[in-house]
Design a protein around this ligand. Sequence first.
Ligand code: PLP
Length: 399
Amino acid sequence: MTGKELQELEQRYGAQNYQPLDIVLVRGEGCWVYDIEGKRYLDCLSAYSALNQGHVHPKLLAALVEQAQQLSLTSRAFRNQQLPLFYEQICKLSGFEKALAMNSGAEAVETAIKLVRKWGYRVKGIAEDQAEILVCSNNFHGRTVAIVGFSTEPSYRHGFGPFAPGFRSVPYADADALIAAITPNTAAVLLEPIQGEGGIIVPPDGYLRAVAEACRATNTLLVLDEIQTGLGRTGRMFAYDHEGIRPDVLILGKALSGGMYPVSVVLADAAVMDMFRPGEHGSTFGGNPLGCAVSRAALDVLVEERLAERTAELGGAFIERLKTLESSLVKDVRGKGLLIGIELKVPARPYCERLAERGILCKETHSTVIRFAPPLVITEEQLDFAWQHLSEVLCASEK
Ligand SMILES: *Cc1c(COP(=O)(O)O)cnc(C)c1O
C-alpha cells in the first residue's frame, strides 16, 4: 500500500482526534526515521520526549525480545521476576523509597491524585471529601476526565463534563499566587517544572524552591509531573534538580521505557506511598515483566550514555545558537537542555510542514510554538543539520 492509501484508510476508519502531518513512518534508528517512500527525517519531537534514548535502541530491543520470549504478563495477582528489579533501580536512581508502576502517563497522574488525597485524609486530617489539590493554569497532565476537568484549555475540556471536584487552578510560574491559595484543606500541589504541552513555559529561577518551601511549611505535598521533563530531557536527571529541591511525589512516564512500551511510575517515600493498602489501587498491565524489563534497559542507557550530561552541553549551546536567529518571525526562544520552544509571531504549522519537506520532523504546540525536542542521543552533526534547516526556513520567509 502507498502512503496515500494508508492515510485514506486511517481517515475512513479512525477517530479524528489527531491532525498528524501526512508522513507515514515505517522505520526508525537513533534520531532518524524513514517514511514509506524511504525518505529520511531527523526526529526533532521524539514522541513528546518518550524517545530520549532514540528509536529502536539495540539494548532496549534486546531486552524487549528476550523478555517477550519468556513471559509478558502475570497481572499483579502473581509476582514476576522483573518488577522488583525495576522498582529497586528506579528508587535508587531517583532517591525515593517506594515506587508504583502503571502504564500511561495519565494513569500515573490519576494514581498520584488518589495517593495524595488518601494522605490528606489519613495524615493531614482533612475532613472527608474536602481534600483539594492545587494545579496550575495552562497545565497538561493527560486526558482522563478527572485530569481534563482541571485543565484550563477549552479544547481539552469542552463538552466532556461534568468534572470531578477538588481541584483549584492558580496562575503558573507565580509562587505568591500559589502560596496564597494553600488552605488547611490543600492536600497537594501538582505541577510541571516546565510546561511542555503548554508551550515550553519555563518558570523563573527560584519558583520551584519557593513552592517547595511553602509546601513544607504548610504540611502540603508537592507532586511534580516530570513525565515530559524527567529522565535527562532538561540536562539533569530530573528538572527539579536544577533547583536543588525534592518533591514528595514524582511522576514519570514517556522516556521511562524509551518509547518501546508504555510504562509510567509514581515515586514517593514510604510515609506517603504506604497510604495504598492491598486492593485500593491497581492495573492489569501495570508492572508487567515486559514493561519492567524494557524500562530497566532504558534507565541503563540513560546512565551509561550520560544522556543528561550530554543534553546539558548540547542543548545549552543549541538554545544560545537559536537565540542568534535573525528572523522577524521569531518572537521568543526558550527552554532547558533539549526541551526547546521557538515561539513565532504567526502559526507554526506551515513552518513545521516546510521543515518536514526538508527532512526535519517538528510539531507545533499551542499553535505558534515549534517544539524542538530531539532524542537525547542526538549528535552535534545532527544538530548542525537541524540548525541549517531551521535557520533557512525561518529566515528565508523574510520578504
Ligand atoms: C504526555 C504527558 C502526560 C500524559 O501522558 P500519557 O502517556 O499521554 O497519558 C502527562 N503529563 C505530562 C507533563 C505530559 O507531558
